[in-house]
Ligand binder design. Structure first.
Ligand SMILES: [Zn+2]
Length: 125
């Protein structure tokens, strides 16, 4: 037999939607710096292995090749099939943080500066 109070309790729990961020399948941590003056974002990636916290390096032969994410301490952390996939990952990841903090989200294709990206993608084509 169902107890009325138990059912009520169950329903109340179902109605609450907790803010839950599932762990990413990578060892990466992301930090976003927002420039309040011009509205641009800068994203920095760090190694999250054993709370390492070191800046990661992106190694690739170009925007259309595999992007390897390396830590000087831990080596290869993860890799992405191309720069588009990597940027999309960063954008989605960054938006999760922005959403929690009540900021405007980064639009698909929006310009964001990622880590030590010294060469603009335009000049690599
Ligand atoms: Zn590391």
């Amino acid at each position: 037999m169902w107890n009325r109070n138990d059912v009520g309790e169950y329903n109340r729990e179902m109605q609450t939607t907790p803010i839950f961020m599932p762990p990413e399948p990578t060892n990466l941590e992301i930090e976003i710096k927002i420039n309040q003056h011009d509205g641009t974002f800068q994203t920095d990636l760090f190694c999250d292995l054993n709370q390492c916290g070191k800046n990661v390096t992106i190694v690739s032969d170009g925007p259309k090749t595999v992007q390897n994410v390396l830590c000087v301490e831990h080596g290869l952390l993860t890799s992405f099939p191309d720069q588009t996939a990597f940027r999309e990952f960063v954008r989605v990841f960054a938006n999760k943080i922005l959403k929690v903090n009540g900021h405007e989200l980064i639009e698909p294709g929006a310009m964001s500066i990622v880590g030590d990206n010294q060469t603009p993608p335009e000049s690599m084509n």
